[in-house]
Design a protein around this ligand. Sequence first.
Ligand SMILES: Nc1nc2c(ncn2[C@@H]2O[C@H](COP(=O)(O)OP(=O)(O)OP(=O)(O)O)[C@@H](O)[C@H]2O)c(=O)[nH]1
Length: 319
Amino acid sequence: MRLYQALRNVDKFRTVFDFGGRDVAHWFPGHMAKGLKQMRANLKNVDCIIEIHDARIPLSGRNPVFQDTLNVRPHLLILNKVDLTDLSNKQRILKTLGKTGVKNVLFTDCLKQRDDNIKKLVPKLMEIIESKPRYNREENTNYCLMVIGVPNVGKSSLINSLRRTNLKKGRASRVGGEPGITRAVLTRIQVCERPIMYLLDTPGVLPPRIENVETGMKLALCGTILDHLVGEDVIADYLLYSLNRLGKFSYVEKYELPEPSDDIQHVLKHIAVKLGKTQRVKAITGVGNITITIPNYTAAAYDFIRAFRKGELGQVMLD
Ligand SMILES: Nc1nc2c(ncn2[C@@H]2O[C@H](COP(=O)(O)OP(=O)(O)OP(=O)(O)O)[C@@H](O)[C@H]2O)c(=O)[nH]1
């Protein structure tokens, strides 16, 4: 029934998003470029680069600087948060990545206690490393890897997950919900006993590649850019636009809307009322002061975005 209603509405949904002349230039703080210097300086000690990115945006936002760096060392692309993405697009994504020279790709869920792909990671890395000369590291019996990626894609979680799987050890790397948490300078963390394998935990604060506002918005939606720099209201609107475009209507059920809608104010009003996120404000009228109840749109927008990031609005592929 709901799907029927939704399909009836399809014509009403936006086919393009109005970014309103937004400028992405200030969406990334300058200090992030510092990380790159450290990475370059440490490259000679590294056997393989693990680039980690969000599986909901496998084609958007990866920094081209990575590609330059990648030519120097073997490379594996990990698309993490696979639990949140729609994998029906997997073949299309692998094909597109393949065309840009990215051949080694692994999808992971670093929050899962036992993820089969995390188990496959060390053998896969060995295969990749042994397929190329190790140059100055030929004599070394232990292996060193560098994890790179844009903020908040799960670099620290990957390290913890590897330690859990291979060493039965707990946390070594701090995990945060906000982009840019990993600030400490490079640390070497053991992730495997046989063979001995270390990871360099980089600050992970390289700016993503924002080719256009849409890419920026996707990155913001996935929590890679601090929300307030972009604006919760516009991120929420872009989320609604994306869900409708992709036919992902579980928000209708979750927030008990009568039907899908492309009107963000309408949706946020529903969310605010349902969650009791309303404010009582005094209004001065011609006949005296009255108290009225208005929806807290910002709180509703935040809940909507948070629900998406937790996977409560379904598995979504934004690219
Ligand atoms: N659903 C889901 N969430 C994940 C996964 N991996 C990490 N996260 C969450 O993503 C957020 C960021 O994870 P981190 O490991 O701190 O990411 P990071 O890349 O080290 O972050 P920075 O330090 O900002 O560069 C945390 O809230 C994690 O719990 C995953 O596979 N699935």
